[in-house]
Design a protein around this ligand. Structure first.
Ligand SMILES: Nc1nc2c(c(=O)[nH]1)N[C@H]1C(S)=C(S)[C@@H](COP(=O)(O)O)O[C@H]1N2
Ligand SMILES: [Mo]
Length: 253
């Protein structure tokens, strides 16, 4: 066999490429119709001609399917001290030069929504609650991951302590840098979800979210809010900074 023969077999002939395309289009269209009729409760696609609606419905369906699959009980893998990534990355929607420095002495965690005791929390009161540690992998949607060590208050313990309605659908987090995000209640109650106060055994430095961040290893990095200022328990869909720009809301790992 000559070199020429081999190279011809590697490159598809132009007519083969043309034939493949209509097939793929048909497949994609069939997929959209199927997803649309499921997500929109059996509505005919012709009643909902905007593909945006179909895709939006598909994303919400995806949230429900993921919620059902994860069920709030599957554990994220844990690691050893030796596995911790040296120089754990900083990330935010702004550069490191704009990291927020929050005063821990005056900071208070505000509570609102479906919560019976809305008394704001100080750092001292949070530190007086039982603490738990974890060494887990943080996975960022931008394509990097790193293993870190966080400790703080199991979020379930905190929600119980404030008399949160544990049957509510969402928990929303508002941050000191105008970021916000929200999670489903089963994920909020997951045993590895913690209100982290420490990184590697010392108070969180500003870059990792001082004074408090949510560490939730069963979700992507952007669902781990730093510099938390307020927590709201609610049945109204809160969205989030990245979620409102099209990232999947559930984003489970
Ligand atoms: N308040 C706040 N929290 C945030 C963000 C942010 O911009 N502001 N970025 C998110 C994203 S995309 C990632 S990957 C992680 C990064 O956390 P790290 O700096 O501790 O690595 O924080 C998440 N939480
Ligand atoms: Mo991220």
């Amino acid at each position: 066999m000559t070199l020429f023969d081999r190279s011809r077999r590697l490159v598809p002939a132009p007519q083969e490429t043309r034939l493949a395309r209509p097939d793929r289009r048909l497949f994609l269209r069939g997929g959209l119709v199927a997803a649309g009729s499921l997500a929109l409760g059996g509505c005919d696609l012709s009643d909902n001609p905007h593909v945006d609606n179909v895709l939006g419905g598909f994303s919400r369906l995806n949230d429900r399917v993921q919620g059902a699959l994860f069920g709030g009980t599957r554990l994220a893998p844990t690691f050893e001290v030796a596995d911790i990534t040296p120089d754990f990355p900083f990330n935010a929607y702004y550069p490191a030069s704009r990291i927020r420095v929050i005063d821990g002495a005056t900071w208070k965690l505000e509570l609102s929504g479906l919560v019976s005791d809305r008394t704001p929390w100080t750092l001292d009161r949070l530190r007086a609650l039982p603490q738990e540690g974890q060494i887990t992998r943080h996975v960022c949607v931008e394509g990097w991951s790193a293993i870190g060590q966080w400790s703080g208050v199991p979020f379930r313990t905190f929600l119980e302590r404030i008399g949160a309605d544990l049957t509510a659908r969402y928990v929303r987090f508002d941050c000191g840098d105008d970021y916000w995000t929200s999670i489903d209640m089963p994920s909020a109650l997951h045993p590895q979800t913690i209100l982290a106060l420490d990184y590697a055994g010392a108070p969180l430095p500003p870059k990792y979210g001082f004074p408090v961040k949510l560490r939730i290893p069963t979700k992507l990095g952007f669902k781990n809010p730093k510099h938390i200022m307020a927590i709201t328990v609610t049945n109204e869909y809160p969205g989030g900074y990245w979620e409102d720009q099209g990232y999947n809301w559930f984003s489970g790992l």
